[in-house]
Design a protein around this ligand. Structure first.
Ligand SMILES: NC(=O)c1ccc[n+]([C@@H]2O[C@H](COP(=O)([O-])OP(=O)(O)OC[C@H]3O[C@@H](n4cnc5c(N)ncnc54)[C@H](O)[C@@H]3O)[C@@H](O)[C@H]2O)c1
Length: 328
């Protein structure tokens, strides 16, 4: 199947207005793409381009139903403006990366916790219908069992994980105290076209592809047998669309694992990319990273049941689209 052929909403969105925060970033720009391709009444993006890229959404700038707001969620009046006249919020802004949060916990907290709280308050005051936000599998922390079930989390292993766990606490309290409808999506290693390969905090898949392309040394942290539930970005788009629009009783006030539900080692990942790029370059192993978990695998049955989430793109399908996009 090609990307963006499937429809993940049953209700009409032609009379519905959406705000995607972080919409110029990797995952956010794909959510924007789906909403634009499906003729939403309004798609507003709020982004400060800290890690995002305007080029990810530029193609929509002349569409009358598209609105771009450059601004920072650390500013409360910006959040209020962004939420005005909006039905559904998909909140994707965060300062990502576990190592970055270990280096810069204060800024991570300011964006991921204070900024998140600003957005929740603005969504409440503007009476948006529902607030969906990006959480992370990092909230499982040191919980050793596989697969991961939503109600069995451990201790966070990094400031980034603390920030996402804090989001989930605030979300629960805002739903119970103010009667808001809120859904948290715990993404597991999302990958796909437009994921930024640049900078010291880039994710493993774009780094591997980009470095192999430029014939630079590629490093694997530790022995490479650590596993991840690598999840293609359109599966995360599906989860956001379903979470914003579901009418299922009891679906809000919850967090959900969003993954494909299969895990692969980093060594396997490297060999798939290496074969896809037809290179014989090998990777060099180095020390493991602080704050990294050894294995990760999601149980997605809760999202399947309450959100009707059914990931359509496997790891292999996703790698095909990703390699195509990066090697173009
Ligand atoms: N990519 C993954 O594998 C993954 C896994 C788990 C969770 N997540 C979460 O998913 C969300 C999206 O991640 P992504 O991979 O697309 O990252 P990204 O960095 O591409 O997107 C984040 C966007 O937020 C914007 N932004 C950052 N700080 C801002 C601020 N203060 N005000 C306004 N905009 C700001 C950035 O410019 C960027 O466009 C994040 O919340 C992240 O924590 C991602």
């Amino acid at each position: 199947m090609e990307m963006y052929q499937a429809k993940y909403h049953e209700v009409d969105i032609e009379n519905t207005s959406f705000l995607v925060t972080g919409g110029a970033g990797f995952i956010g720009s794909h959510i924007v793409e789906y909403l634009m391709l499906n003729n939403a009444k309004k798609v507003r993006v709020l982004d400060n381009l800290m890690t995002g890229n305007y080029a990810n959404i530029q193609k929509w700038e002349s569409s009358p139903n598209f609105e771009y707001m450059e601004g920072d969620i650390r500013d409360t009046s910006t959040c209020m403006k962004a939420c005005t006249d909006i039905d559904f919020v998909s909140h994707q802004v965060a300062l990502g990366s576990v190592p970055r949060s270990i280096k810069d916990p204060v800024r991570t907290n300011a964006i991921n916790v204070d900024g998140f709280l600003n957005m929740l308050v603005a969504a409440k005051d503007c009476k948006v219908k529902r607030f969906v936000y990006a959480s992370s599998s990092s909230v499982y922390g040191d919980e050793p069992n596989l697969p991961k079930f939503e109600d069995r989390t451990g201790n966070p292993l990094s400031p980034y994980a603390v920030s996402k766990a804090t989001n989930e606490l605030y979300a629960k309290v805002f739903q119970s105290t103010y009667g808001m409808e809120i859904i948290g999506l715990r993404y597991f290693n999302i990958f796909g076209p437009r994921q930024d390969p640049n900078g010291p905090y880039a994710a493993v898949i774009p780094i591997f592809i980009d470095y192999l392309k430029r014939k630079q040394a590629v490093y694997i942290d530790g022995d490479g047998e650590q596993t991840r539930d690598f999840t293609f970005v359109e599966n995360a788009v599906q989860a956001n669309v379903r979470a914003m629009l579901t009418q299922e009783e009891g679906a809000t006030g919850q967090t959900y694992n969003i993954a494909f539900g299969k895990n692969y080692s980093v060594n396997h990942l490297f060999s798939v990319i290496k074969n896809g790029m037809q290179t014989d370059q090998n990777a060099i192993h180095r020390e493991s990273r602080q704050g990294d978990v050894r294995n990760s695998l999601a149980d997605t049955s809760k999202a399947e049941k309450l959100l009707k989430y059914k990931p359509l793109f496997s790891f292999e399908d996703g790698m095909k689209f990703t390699l195509e996009a990066y090697l173009k």
